[in-house]
Write a protein that binds this ligand. Structure first.
Ligand SMILES: *Cc1c(COP(=O)(O)O)cnc(C)c1O
Length: 388
């Protein structure tokens, strides 16, 4: 029966009706302005500042180039404190700048960098902190800023998950020195591929705009070894259209989040992280933790869901610090990262996206609930043996 159903993935990109995009394409074809800060690029920057409640934004081809450029723009060198519990691009952006990542453990409640552990990791080489608002849940930005101010460190947030997130009534994206967004196909707001840096002032934006365009200031002046990080007109035009639908899309995510919470409440051994207090969330992900007391292990449940055509993802497993280019670092030693390690072996992100139906959410919840009820030796013997 399950084989006749189309598979359900952890996410499915949200797209506007194609007819709505055709006039923009026509305009691009008519004007032949394809990139280099064209009219759609300018409009999208203005519209995003307005929507997000931020002063300045510089659009990018993707978030990884934006992270690399953000570090360049602040001339970050030496060591940077970051989280092992993220997507690899966070730490990769440091290696691309010749910076040594220093991994610090997460707070198991929030899954974000634990501010209480940061100070012990600071050395004379430390120049910055790169936290991640994991799953869009705001970091403790005040505690992080206090440490940064005390030690004269910069803070660059990897805010790839945090599009539109607000806490205590204002955008989380203005915390720290810079924040980097991703508009990749899998994210809450997508431009197929894309990203952005939120900048505090016009001068910073200008420097970043130079860096994303080879360092060109004018036709004959190059002020820095910049890169090509520009967003094209195609992506910017799509972004403008996506923005019209974003409130409805996030609203639907919130409804799915609420439905999962009610259907999965009280399952023994299943931990569903509480939403952050006083926060307008974006429900970018729906992580569950499979803990002691659940009949199956995380990997058994993951495999059981997969066998039913439900493709959750183990974000974030393995830890970044376990990948070969990082595991030799002293801070990658697992003994220093107990919470990140435990959470990474327990987590599954369940499917969540605007077009996911209530029926599918109910079915996914039912598979999880019944997994807890069925006898190990009856319904899933192969899975149990495979994992033993
Ligand atoms: C998606 C993601 C990135 C990379 O974004 P791209 O736009 O794909 O380059 C970086 N950091 C985190 C935490 C992400 O989830």
């Amino acid at each position: 029966m399950s084989s006749t159903r189309p598979p359900i993935y952890v996410t499915q990109p949200h797209l506007p009706p194609l007819e709505e995009f055709l006039p923009s394409l026509q305009q691009i074809w008519d004007t032949k302005v394809l990139t280099n800060g064209g009219p759609f690029h300018k409009q999208l920057e203005a519209a995003l500042c307005e929507h997000l409640g931020v002063p300045h934004i510089a659009l990018f081809a993707n978030a990884t180039i934006a992270l690399v450029t953000a570090l360049q723009s602040l001339r970050i060198t030496g060591e940077v404190i970051t989280t092992p519990y993220s997507f690899v691009a966070t730490a990769h952006s440091l290696l691309w700048n010749g910076i040594k990542p220093v991994f610090v453990d997460i707070d198991p409640e929030t899954m974000n960098l634990d501010p209480a552990k940061i100070e012990a990791a600071i050395t004379p080489q430390t120049t910055a902190i790169m936290p991640v608002h994991c799953y869009g849940r705001p970091c403790d930005v005040e505690a992080i800023q206090r440490i940064a101010d005390n030690y004269n460190l910069r803070v660059i947030y990897d805010a790839a998950h945090a599009f539109g997130v607000r806490q205590h009534g204002h955008s989380i994206l203005t915390a720290g020195d810079l924040s980097v967004l991703s508009f990749h196909a899998t994210k809450v707001f997508n431009t197929f591929e894309g990203g952005a840096i939120i900048c505090p002032d016009a001068r910073t934006k200008q420097r970043i705009d130079h860096l994303k365009n080879f360092g060109f200031v004018d036709e004959v002046t190059v002020v820095a070894p910049g890169i090509n990080g520009k967003m094209s007109e195609f992506n910017a035009a799509l972004g403008l259209l996506q923005l019209k639908h974003i409130r409805a899309a996030v609203g639907r995510r919130a409804a799915i989040d609420a439905l999962y919470r009610s259907l999965l409440a009280g399952v023994p051994g299943l931990c569903i992280p509480e939403p952050a207090p006083d926060t307008e969330a974006n429900q970018a992900y729906f992580p569950i933790l499979v803990q002691e007391g659940f009949l199956l292990s995380r990997d058994e449940l993951y495999a059981l869901l997969k066998a039913q055509g439900i493709h959750g993802r183990r974000y974030f497993y393995p830890l970044i610090s376990d990948f070969p280019m990082y595991r030799g670092l002293p801070s990658a030693d697992a003994r220093g990262l107990p919470h990140a390690r435990r959470v990474s072996t327990q987590v599954i992100c369940l499917p969540i996206y605007p077009d996911l139906s209530d029926e599918d959410v109910a079915r996914i919840a039912e598979v999880i609930r019944s997994a807890q009820l069925c006898q190990a030796t009856q319904q899933v013997p192969a899975l149990h043996r495979a994992a033993a």
